[in-house]
Design a protein around this ligand. Structure first.
Ligand SMILES: [Zn+2]
Length: 179
């Protein structure tokens, strides 16, 4: 099985920035850990970026489609005006039955391991990496960079590893279910 890992943002696009911490860097760290773990579990990996470079959104989806990825996982972290906002959510494309199934399984593992507030799975139709990918796709918002507690956790290698492990377990359960 071939997994496309998409580290959100990069290069000139930092994503959310909070107290000097840039989302693009946290996303990449989690994505690289995810890649290592998935390779260890026997998967083939496609990465939309493995460095701090800008990759346009349609380019990311096109790469996954061209390389025939079986599953697409985009790694992001959240931001909100209210610094109390916290927790984990996983997004998928409306009406994608397989996307919803994958989102549910990944979310469940993230909540179990990261133990942050469960914001659930959510439909998002305007996200290019969900709408333009031909395979089941999810976008994970691990935690909130704007929340001081979660911002600290997100900079911790152990927490990044746990996030990566959760996503691996969710993907494994997904393939067990769909056969
Ligand atoms: Zn983002």
């Amino acid at each position: 099985m071939r997994i496309c890992i998409d580290a959100g943002h990069g290069g000139k696009d930092p994503g959310a920035v909070s107290d000097g911490v840039q989302e693009k860097n946290i996303n990449l760290k989690i994505a690289l850990k995810l890649s290592t773990k998935l390779i260890g579990a026997g998967y083939k990996i496609i990465m939309t970026r493995d460095d701090d470079v800008f990759v346009p959104l349609y380019e990311r989806a096109r790469l996954a489609n061209k390389k025939n990825a079986d599953v697409f996982v985009s790694i992001h972290n959240n931001a909100a005006g209210n610094s109390a906002a916290a927790g984990t959510e996983t997004l998928y494309y409306p009406g994608s039955v397989q996307g919803e199934k994958l989102a549910g399984l990944v979310q469940k593992e993230l909540i179990r391991k990261l133990q942050r507030a469960d914001r659930g799975i959510k439909e998002r139709k305007e996200l290019v990496v969900l709408s333009s990918t031909a395979m089941p796709a999810v976008l994970v918002e691990c935690s909130f960079l704007t929340n001081p507690v979660e911002r600290k956790l997100l900079q911790d290698e152990g927490f990044q590893l746990l996030a990566a492990e959760s996503i691996v377990d969710g993907i494994e359960k997904y393939f067990q279910e769909v056969g």
